[in-house]
Write a protein that binds this ligand. Structure first.
Ligand code: PSU
Ligand code: MN
Length: 305
C-alpha cells in the first residue's frame, strides 16, 4: 500500500497503520554515516527489537533505489549498514535529486520526520538531533533538523543534541521555531553523552501517556514537531570533563581541516569516537536503545487514546 507516489511501506508497516497499531519511525543516517560497522547494524537491529518488545512496529526509514521507504527488510538494513559506495546522507533538500537518480540513502532526522509524516507515523526515535553548530555565527551551519522540527508534526525522541553543537543557540532556535521541548522525567536539556547540559527544557513530563497527550494536543493546534528529551542513564553517561575536552579537540580538528557542509556532523562523530577509544559508541548505543523504548511506550499510549 502506498499513500504517496514516491513512498513505499513494507506490508507489516502498512497493516499496522491501517489497523491503528502503534508504529515508531527510525532514522538511517545514524546507520550509514553515524556509527561504524558492525555496531551500526547490531544497533539498528537491537533498536527494532526494543520497539517490538513494547508491542509496537518499527518503521525504519530510508531511500532505496529512489523510493522513499517506511520499513525496510532485514536484507535492506544489512545493505545500508554495509555502507556501500554511493550510499548518501539525505536531508530533506536531498530527496528530489536522490529520487531522480534512483539512488540509495540513509535519512537524517529532517528527512526521516518528513517521510514519517508522509506515511502517517507521528513518533520517531533517534540518538541526537542536529542543531546550531559551534561557530555558526561565522559559518551559518544550522542543521535542517531544526527547520523540519518547526514545520512537520512528528514527535522526536532524542537524548538532546550532542555537545559538538552550540546547545544554547540550538535551544534558542527551537524556541524561535515554536518547537515544544519536553523533558522525560527531567527538567534538564540533556547533552547526549551526559544527562544535563545546564540548560532547561520547557516542561518536564512524567509519563509516556502524558507525552502522548501533549503530542495529540499539538496536532489539534496545528503545531509542527515536538522534541522529547530522554536523558542518558547515569550508568551509561560519560564523564563530563572527558567528553568536553574530546569535543573541543574534534571541533578544532574540523576547523583546521576545513570540513564543510553535510560532512561536518559525520566528521565530528568519527573524531569523538576515535578520541574516546570507543567509549562514546557504547554510550551512543545505550541511549539510542533507551530512546527507542520510550518512543514505543509513547506510540502505545497514542494508539490507545
Ligand atoms: N547526531 C548524532 N548522531 C547522528 C546524527 C546526529 O549524535 O548520527 C545524524 C542524524 O541523522 C542527524 C544528522 O539528523 O546527523 C544531522 O546532520 P546535519 O548536521 O548535517 O544536518
Ligand atoms: Mn550542516
Amino acid at each position: 500500500m502506498s499513500r504517496h507516489p514516491d513512498l513505499d511501506l513494507t506490508p507489516e508497516v502498512a497493516r499496522a497503520l491501517e489497523v491503528g497499531q502503534p508504529v515508531v519511525a527510525l532514522e538511517t543516517a545514524i546507520v550509514t554515516h553515524g556509527m561504524p560497522r558492525p555496531v551500526n547494524l547490531e544497533t539498528a537491529q537491537a533498536v527494532e527489537a526494543e520497539i517490538r518488545a513494547q508491542g509496537a512496529v518499527p518503521a525504519t526509514i530510508a531511500v532505496i533505489d529512489g523510493r522513499l521507504r517506511a520499513g525496510v527488510t532485514a536484507e535492506e538494513l544489512e545493505m545500508l549498514a554495509a555502507i556501500p559506495e554511493g550510499v548518501q546522507k539525505a536531508s530533506r533538500k536531498d530527496l528530489p535529486a536522490i529520487i531522480a537518480k534512483r539512488a540509495t540513502a540513509g535519512t537524517t532526522v529532517a528527512a526521516t520526520m518528513f517521510i514519517a509524516d508522509l506515511a502517517g507515523i507521528p513518533i520517531f526515535a533517534t540518538g541526537g538531533i542536529g542543531g546550531v553548530h559551534r561557530g555558526a555565527e561565522t559559518t551559518g551551519d544550522v542543521s535542517a533538523d531544526l527547520t523540519e522540527l518547526g514545520r512537520t508534526p512528528v514527535g522526536v525522541v532524542c537524548a538532546g543534541a550532542k555537545s559538538i553543537l552550540d546547545l544554547p543557540r540550538t535551544l534558542e532556535w527551537l524556541e524561535t521555531a515554536g518547537v515544544p521541548v519536553l523533558g522525560y522525567r527531567s527538567d534538564a536539556f540533556p547533552a547526549f553523552f551526559t544527562p544535563d547540559s545546564g540548560l532547561g527544557v520547557d516542561q518536564r513530563m512524567d509519563s509516556p501517556a502524558e507525552i502522548a497527550t501533549a503530542l495529540a494536543a499539538g496536532r489539534r493546534l496545528g503545531n509542527g514537531g515536538t522534541l522529547i528529551c530522554n536523558p542518558i542513564a547515569e550508568a551509561d553517561a560519560l564523564p563530563k570533563d572527558q567528553i568536553d575536552a574530546v569535543i573541543a579537540q574534534a571541533v578544532a580538528d574540523a576547523a583546521a581541516q576545513g570540513i564543510e557542509g553535510k560532512a561536518v556532523t559525520p566528521f565530528l562523530l568519527g573524531k569523538v569516537l576515535d578520541l574516546t577509544g570507543g567509549d562514546s559508541l557504547k554510550a551512543n548505543v545505550a541511549l539510542v536503545r533507551s530512546n527507542a523504548r520510550l518512543a514505543a511506550e509513547i506510540a502505545v499510549a497514542l494508539a490507545s487514546q
